[in-house]
Design a protein around this ligand. Sequence first.
Ligand code: GAL
Length: 719
Amino acid sequence: MKNRLDRRQFGKGLIGGAALALTGREASATQKSEVNHPQNTRWQPVVQGVWCATAGEPEAITPVRSRLVSPCTDALRRLPHISIPAIDPPVFRLGPRGTQLSLPLDSHEEIYGFGLQFFSMNHRGKKRAIRVNADPRSDTGDSHAPVPFYVSSRGYGLLVDTARYATFYCGEALPRPSVSSEEETGDVPLYTKTLQDGEASRIVVEIPAARGADVYLFAGPSMLDAVRRYNLFSGGGVMPPEWGLGCWYRAVSNATDHDIIRLATEFRNRNIPCDVMGLEAGWQSHSYSCSFSWNSSHFPQPESFVHELRFRNFHVNLWEHAFVHPSSPLFEPVHEFSGDTAVWGGLVPDFQSDEARREFGEYHGKNLLDIGVSGFKLDECDNSDYTGGWSFAELSQFPSGVDGEQMHSLFGLRYQRTIWEQFLKRNIETYCLARSSGALASPYPFVLYSDLYDHRQFVRALVNSGFSGLLWCPEVRDAQSEEDLIRRLQTVVFSPVAMINAWYIPNPPWKQLDRKKNNANQSSPDFEKLEARCREILGWRMMLIPYLRAAFARYAADGTPPFRALALDWPGIPELARVDDAWMMGDRLLIAPLIAGEPDGRTLILPPGEWYDFWTGEPHTGGVSLTFAASTRNIPVFVKSGAVLPLARVTGSTADPACRSLEVRIFGDGRLPFQLQASKGSVEIIWNELRKAGSIRVSGDERYTVSSWIRPDQSPLSV
Ligand code: GAL
């Protein structure tokens, strides 16, 4: 069979200068120089289901070699035993530009992963630059959290352990042709290249500067198993505190203590659920770069202010970035442990060094955690190739010996660790935000966010993040229209963090969508209608917290990503292999958001099996394509048949014990019990279809009770 390629694809196979799968003739030509001779490597077992091949002399500073969290070896051993996948080890060549690795790529093999990706989900045939960047502009691989890890539709995962800006040519860089062919005659269409069906290719990886690298292979047999093994190798999935899964609100940057308390009061009075109140840049006496000290005119008594919020059951999350202003009390202690270039006139702490992490971390511990701060938003720890060049240069040098390029790849996660360490020391749970991350991130209690704001890209990022151990928040800021606000909010409540980030508007967006008027405190006359709609949507989030906790508990136990692409749960189904606008949340809910301004609505190919509409209880059989008009009121959500689904009573915050009262919905025959295994207790809810009766068993701190058992088709959630 011959495949036709379009005009853009034409010529792609002709650019493969960097290919490593050398033909015999080329290989012998390179043998003259030892350094260029391609070498075969060998897979060596690391832990059950994981192998490593070492090429050349790997660098000392890499994500795995300088990791700060150990792998979950016990959990890895508990996964089904598996022999090594039939994947050839990398072929290595050291060239003048650094390390080159060649990895197998079968015909029709799909490649997913590479961390947080906004622009595409399937990477076969593409060049991916693993380069940390804020606000990438196009489909290059750059992002806040690129990861040199991919998972293949053949059911294995591969991590190239490097902190360099590696480039992955996913089937692009083919060796030059070695034999001539007959002249083509007849009508050969212009812009057409012929690929033989079954023609395999290679994934070629270039790692600048390095003289070698470790490559880790994660066995399947399914893609989901490979992702699980990668997450467990990273240290397991994070289990957030219950409050972290509630609703978050970030107030306008220049808010004072009074403004925040007023907002908090308004939320409670108007029954807007909120567990986390975020303070943006203005809480500090100097923000760009940071003083990490309170702005005393806006927050004269920080400790009592934080206590006041905690008393009202709001957890406080503080914005910051890592760059230390000369006026900061941290300036002197960090100076000696910082890089040789500045960002916004501030020091760049060398988070690779224990000393910098200790000084920076302990300051936060003593001055902020100890007065009751529950979490942080670690901003601008990425890089700025597309946003004006504000970050530190790649040529920077740090006392630990790391250069600016390596530091960019490691900075987000090392910064996260610096802060997280303080919570661990105090045995306090946290759930935070960060704008950059990298390889081995799954155990870190941090969720990614961005200044980008395309709703469709945000959805794709959510779907993609699950391939590489990342969590992503498609945050809601302001909106173009009521529809836009509602659609974005409907998405974010089915994501790792249900957050409104109102950092540039003093009033919640539902009060006034027009940014200027919002800043002039002019509420729209009929805002209460929109507010009621938003309240209802935030309420869905509160209802889903027990279910979300169960999904995260599984992430911690066996590495199953709580938010993931349909391709992971239903591999080998061509119609689902490229779905980047729907995801699984936990083991039994499928979410398919609508995007404002798309008049045709959307379609969804329901995966195999029996399903129910979450809202109406209407049954559907999988395999069909469903259409949703743009006017569909609620976000399309489907529940697997058999699901026992607990929904919590909606409360203002998770601190209200009333949220432990559950309405349990039984979809189909209820054969899939609900199970939540948390560290301090467990919940099991079972439905007996014969007796038409359910039961709940709780232990430890999990004090849930069931208020009602409901058949959704008899009592729809909403219409
Ligand atoms: C940006 C960040 C925004 C907001 C803003 C405050 O870098 O992405 O969410 O925090 O800074 O200055």
